[in-house]
Design a protein around this ligand. Structure first.
Ligand SMILES: *Cc1c(COP(=O)(O)O)cnc(C)c1O
Length: 405
C-alpha cells in the first residue's frame, strides 16, 4: 500500500497551509455571477434564504457574465451547433463559429490572425515552447502571471527575468542576450495583484532598438482598457507594434471560458501546427464561441459600459482613500487595499461578508509575504448604490479592526 506511506506527507503539507493561515476555502454562489450575488455560506438557508451581497471580487469588468444577450447567444448556439465538439480543432473540432470568433478577435484587436485555446492559461503554456528553442531567449517581467511563468518554464530558450517594470533591467537583459536568434519580451499588460500597467511604450521602444519581439498577456485589459477597449497596446499608443497578444474570454469578454493568442500571421500559423495545448486538448464548445462573438460585439459598441466601469472605479477608490485606507495608486478597476498581515486580510474579508460585501483577502503565495491585501474589483454591473453601501461597510469594518481612524 504505497499510499499509506505517502498520505502523512500530504497531510503535513495541508496542515502547514492551514497553520500559516493560507488555506483557501471556496465559497459557493447560489445563482449567476453579477454585481450582487448570493453566497451559500453567508447564511445556511439555501438559495432562498441567502441575502444578496455586493460582489467586489469578480473579473466581470463589463458585467457581461450574465448579460441577457450573451446568455441568449449561448443558448441559441447550443440548439444550432450542439453541446460539445468531442474533438480537437484539427481533427473534427472546428465549426464556423470557431473561425468566426477567431476572425472577430483579429478584427477587434487589428491583428493578422488569432488562435483559440481552452483558456489563456493554455494559450500561454502553448506559446513559448512552440516559438522558441535553445538558440533563443525570453525576457520576462518578474510579476508575470503564473501561466506566463509556466509557459516560459516549458521552453528551452535562455531566460532572463527582469525586475517588475524595470526598464533598465530589461535593457540589461537585452544586452546580455545579444547573440540569441529570437528574443521575446513577455509581459502582462496589467498585473493582476496590483492593477498596475506594463510600460508598453517603453518596452516596444527597447524591443525595436534591440530587435526583439513583444508578447503581452492582456487578460486584465481586453475589452475595457484603452479608449475603445482594445487593451494596453491601445492605451499606450503601440497598437500594431506588439507581435503577440494573449488574452482570455473568461474575464471582461463574457467571463465564460476560453483564451487566445493573436498577432503576426506566421506565428499564429506555427502555433496551429505545433502548440501542444491546441493540438492535444478539446475545442471550446460552440456556445462559448457564440457567446464570445456576442460579447465582442457588445464591447465594440461598449463605450457606455466602459465609461460606467471607469466612473464606478473612480467613485469607490475615492471613497476608500478618503476613509484613510491605503489603496495602491492606479487607474484600473483593480484596487488593492493594503493591510500587510494575512490574518487581518482574511478577518476583514469575513467581516465584510457579514456586512454584505464579498471580497477576498489575498496573501502569500499569491502576493509577496507581508503584503496581504483585499483586492477590490469594480464592475460596470455595480450600481452607485451598491458601491455606496460597500464603502459604508468598509468604513464600519475598517474602524472596528482599527485599520482606519
Ligand atoms: C486570468 C489570467 C489568465 C488565465 O486566464 P484563463 O483564461 O482563466 O486561463 C492568464 N493570464 C493573466 C494575466 C490573467 O490575469
Amino acid at each position: 500500500m504505497a499510499y499509506e506511506k505517502i498520505k502523512p506527507l500530504i497531510d503535513r503539507q495541508l496542515d502547514d497551509i492551514r497553520k500559516a493561515g493560507l488555506y483557501k476555502n471556496e465559497r459557493v454562489l447560489l445563482g449567476p455571477q453579477g454585481g450582487t450575488i448570493r453566497v451559500a455560506t453567508h447564511c445556511n438557508q439555501g438559495a432562498m434564504g441567502s441575502p444578496p451581497v455586493i460582489n467586489l471580487c469578480a473579473n466581470n469588468y463589463l458585467g457581461l457574465a450574465n448579460h441577457p444577450a450573451v446568455v441568449e447567444a449561448a443558448a441559441q448556439a447550443v440548439r444550432t451547433h450542439g453541446y460539445g465538439m468531442a474533438s480537437v480543432r484539427f481533427i473534427c473540432g472546428t465549426q464556423d463559429l470557431h473561425k468566426e470568433l477567431e476572425r472577430a478577435i483579429s478584427d477587434f484587436l487589428d491583428t493578422e490572425d488569432t488562435i483559440l485555446y481552452s483558456s489563456c492559461f493554455d494559450a500561454n503554456t502553448g506559446l513559448f515552447e512552440t516559438l522558441l528553442g535553445e538558440e533563443d531567449a525570453v525576457l520576462s517581467d518578474a510579476l508575470n502571471h503564473a501561466s506566463v511563468i509556466d509557459g516560459v518554464r516549458l521552453c528551452k530558450a535562455q531566460r532572463y527575468r527582469y525586475g517588475h517594470g524595470d526598464m533598465a533591467d530589461l535593457e540589461k537583459g537585452l544586452q546580455q542576450t545579444a547573440g540569441r536568434r529570437i528574443r521575446l519580451i513577455a509581459t502582462d499588460g496589467v498585473f493582476s495583484m496590483d492593477g498596475d500597467f506594463a510600460p508598453l511604450d517603453r518596452i516596444v521602444e527597447l524591443a525595436e532598438r534591440y530587435g526583439a519581439l513583444v508578447m503581452v498577456d492582456d487578460s486584465h485589459a481586453t475589452g475595457f482598457i484603452g479608449a475603445t477597449g482594445r487593451g494596453t497596446p491601445e492605451a499606450f499608443g503601440v497598437s500594431g507594434k506588439v507581435d503577440l497578444i494573449t488574452s482570455t474570454l473568461g474575464k471582461a469578454v463574457g467571463g465564460g471560458t476560453g483564451g487566445f493568442t493573436s498577432g503576426r500571421r506566421e506565428l499564429i500559423e506555427l502555433l496551429r501546427q505545433r502548440s501542444r495545448p491546441y493540438l492535444f486538448s478539446n475545442a471550446i464548445p460552440p456556445m462559448i464561441a457564440a457567446a464570445g462573438l456576442k460579447a465582442l460585439a457588445l464591447i465594440d459598441q461598449g463605450g457606455e459600459l466602459r465609461a460606467r466601469l471607469q466612473e464606478n472605479a473612480a467613485f469607490l477608490r475615492k471613497e476608500l482613500e478618503q476613509q484613510g485606507f491605503q489603496v495602491k495608486p492606479g487607474r484600473h478597476p483593480i484596487m488593492p487595499v493594503m493591510l500587510g498581515d494575512a490574518a487581518l486580510a482574511s478577518k476583514m474579508a469575513d467581516r465584510l461578508l457579514e456586512e454584505g460585501v464579498y471580497v477576498i483577502g489575498f496573501s502569500y503565495p499569491v502576493v509577496p509575504k507581508g503584503e496581504a491585501r483585499i483586492r477590490v474589483q469594480v464592475s460596470a454591473a455595480h450600481t452607485r448604490d451598491d458601491l455606496a453601501k460597500a464603502a459604508k461597510a468598509f468604513h464600519k469594518v475598517g474602524r472596528e479592526l482599527a485599520i482606519i481612524a
